[in-house]
Design a protein around this ligand. Structure first.
Ligand code: E4P
Length: 223
């Protein structure tokens, strides 16, 4: 499963890339707003750091197809052809996805709360569909269940579209989808850190070091 960072903070992106096997970055307009900087300044900095081949997903703002297509043109012009343009799965969004597919611009259907939205995105030529796992949970439904349902539908109908599961609030949600063979997950930095943030892990590592230092002296390592 590809693991992407759902954040636009360059320090956090650098830190996580340094530590973990990261495959790319996703942003949305709310995430960009948090930076307090001009969107393309932030996005170009991210693109430069992750490299031109890495996955970067950037969302349009316009709500009509024509405007979405214009946004998409600017996004790929500024950030490169390898950028996935996130298009909300609303009626005008499908229209934009179909047009962008003809132009060879890759899209990610986003703001997905139902499997039918994902089905329409895939049929409209999107490369990815992004179900909002935790937001669906918050509505009293099963976010992981919806993502799995989408995976099944894509398989049954032979649709060539990946799932980029999004909006996670805990490790368990990510784990369940990893186990189900979901192609990609985009995860906030705090949730990624949570994968290995466990007192039992820290205690085990500390105990090994303490035992070793009892033999060789404080600060000694295997070097
Ligand atoms: C990604 O496409 C979404 O914009 C993002 O994961 C939403 O996450 P949130 O529900 O934590 O805002």
């Amino acid at each position: 499963m590809k693991l992407l960072i759902d954040d636009a903070n360059i320090d956090e992106i650098r830190r996580l890339y340094d530590l973990y096997p990261i495959d790319g970055v996703t942003t949305n307009p709310s995430i960009l707003a948090k930076s307090g900087r001009q969107p393309y300044d932030v996005l170009k900095e991210i693109r430069e750091f992750i490299g031109e081949e890495a996955d970067l997903h950037v969302q349009v703002i316009a709500k009509d197809a024509e405007g979405m297509i214009e946004d998409a043109h600017r996004i790929v012009k500024e950030l490169g052809q390898n950028t996935y343009v996130k298009i909300p799965c609303i009626p005008e969004g499908f229209k934009a996805m179909k047009a962008l597919k003809k132009e060879g611009i890759r899209t990610t259907g986003t703001a997905i709360y139902t499997a039918m939205q994902a089905y329409l995105a895939a049929k409209s030529g999107a490369s990815y569909a992004a179900p909002y796992v935790n937001r669906i949970d918050n509505m009293g439904y099963n976010g992981v269940g919806v993502a799995k349902e989408i995976q099944d539908i894509f398989e049954i109908h032979g649709l060539d579209c990946g799932i980029l599961a999004a909006s996670f609030k805990n490790s368990q949600q990510v784990l369940e989808l990893c186990e189900y063979g979901i192609e990609a997950a985009t995860v906030a930095p705090s949730v990624i850190d949570g994968f290995v943030n466990n007192v039992a892990i820290t205690a085990a590592v500390d105990a090994f070091v303490k035992d070793f230092e009892g033999l060789t002296g404080e600060g000694k390592t295997m070097k």
